[in-house]
Write a protein that binds this ligand. Structure first.
Ligand code: SF4
Length: 316
C-alpha cells in the first residue's frame, strides 16, 4: 500500500533548555560523586522519561525533605525551592545541591532586592506550580501576592499601591503575561518590574517557533508532560496561532491517529523538559505511517549553557 504524503514541520528551537540540561547533569554527577542513592526533592524536571532514567541510575524522588535521610545527598529540582528548604537541610547537616535553574534564581534575587527596598511583590504565575511556590517562598508570607489572570489584578489588595513590584514565573505564555502586565500597570502606574517580564529565553523561543509553524499546519503535536508548564503553554500558543488540532503527547504511544486522519501537514515541537529521544520516537512513528517530507522551521539559534555547581566540578 502506498503511503500518503505528509509534510512534517519541525519547530526549532524545541526540547531541552540549558536549565534542564544542567539539572539532569547535576543528578548524574551527584550519583557519580557520592554513589547511589541520591535523593531528589520533586521531579528534577517535569518529564517521566527523564525521571525514570535517573531513577534507574540511582536517584530516589521524594516530594519533601522530611522523606530524605540525613546521611544521603539531596538535590533540589530545577523549579526552585522556598528558602525554608535549604535552611532545614543545613539544620540537619545534609549534603544538598541546588539544581534551581539560574534563570529562576535570578527571579528569586530580584524579589529579594525589591523586598529589601520596601516593596511588596506581585507574582504572575500558576498557583501550586513548584516554581511559584519556590519563588513566593523566598520572602515572608504575605509579601508576595499571586495573580494568574488580568481579572485577578482587579481584586488585588496591596499594602501600599505605590510600593509594588512584579515578577513572573519563567514558563508562562508571553502574550497572556503581557496582558496581565498591562492590567497591573494600568491599575498601579508606579509598579516596578523587569524590562518585559521574567519569562526565560527558552520559553520565549519555543513559543515563537510554534507561532511560525502553527498557522500553516493541519495539526500540531507538543511533546511534553501534562505537568510541564512550558509544554502546556506551547499547546495553547499553537491553538491561539490558528492550529485547529493542537495537542500534548508524552510520547508516540499517545498519538491519536484517528484524530489525525486526512491531515496533509503536521507540526512537531517539544517542551523544555522533553528529551530528543522522545521527539525522534514521534517522528519515526509518522515516518512509519506516512511518506514524510521533513522541514525545520528555525526562528532562533540557542547557545546558552549553565555550569553545574562547584561542588560537583571538584574531583570526588
Ligand atoms: S525553561 Fe527556562 S527557566 Fe525553566 S529550566 Fe529551562 S531555561 Fe530555566
Amino acid at each position: 500500500m502506498t503511503k500518503q504524503h505528509l509534510h512534517l514541520y519541525l519547530a526549532a528551537p524545541r526540547g531541552f533548555c540549558a536549565g534542564v540540561d544542567r539539572a539532569i547533569k547535576i543528578v548524574e554527577m551527584a550519583i557519580e560523586k557520592w554513589g547511589a542513592p541520591v535523593y531528589v526533592r520533586h521531579e528534577i524536571v517535569h518529564n517521566k522519561f527523564v525521571v525514570d532514567s535517573l531513577r534507574d541510575k540511582g536517584a530516589i524522588f521524594v516530594e519533601e525533605l522530611a522523606e530524605c535521610p540525613d546521611d544521603r545527598p539531596v538535590i533540589f529540582s530545577a523549579h526552585g525551592v522556598p528558602k525554608s528548604v535549604p535552611t532545614k537541610a543545613q539544620a540537619r547537616n545534609m549534603i544538598y545541591v541546588d539544581a534551581t535553574c539560574p534563570l529562576v534564581s535570578k527571579v528569586h534575587i530580584e524579589a529579594e532586592r525589591h523586598h529589601k527596598n520596601g516593596l511588596q511583590m506581585v507574582m504572575i504565575g500558576h498557583d501550586g506550580h513548584p516554581e511559584t511556590i519556590g519563588t513566593m517562598g523566598q520572602l515572608p508570607e504575605g509579601e508576595v501576592l499571586l495573580v494568574e489572570t488580568p481579572d485577578d489584578v482587579k481584586t488585588l489588595r496591596p499594602r501600599d499601591e505605590n510600593k509594588l513590584a512584579f515578577i513572573t514565573q519563567t514558563t508562562l505564555s508571553v502574550d497572556d503575561t503581557a496582558e496581565i502586565v498591562t492590567a497591573l500597570k494600568s491599575r498601579f502606574p508606579n509598579i516596578i518590574g523587569p524590562h518585559k517580564e521574567d519569562i526565560c529565553y527558552a520559553t520565549t523561543n519555543r513559543q515563537e517557533a510554534v507561532k511560525a509553524v502553527a498557522p500553516t499546519v493541519d495539526a500540531l503535536l507538543v511533546i511534553g508532560a501534562p505537568n510541564s508548564s512550558n509544554s502546556r503553554r506551547l499547546v495553547e500558543v499553537g491553538a491561539k496561532a490558528g492550529c485547529k488540532y493542537s495537542q500534548l503527547v508524552q510520547r508516540a504511544n499517545d498519538i491519536d491517529w484517528r484524530a489525525l486522519d486526512g491531515i496533509k501537514s503536521i507540526g512537531i515541537t517539544a517542551g523544555a523538559s522533553a528529551p530528543e529521544i522522545l521527539i525522534n520516537e514521534v517522528i519515526n512513528a509518522f515516518e512509519q505511517r506516512y511518506d514524510v517530507t521533513r522541514e525545520i522551521v528555525e526562528t532562533a539559534v540557542e547557545n546558552v549553557e549553565f555550569k553545574v555547581p562547584r561542588v560537583l566540578r571538584e574531583a570526588s
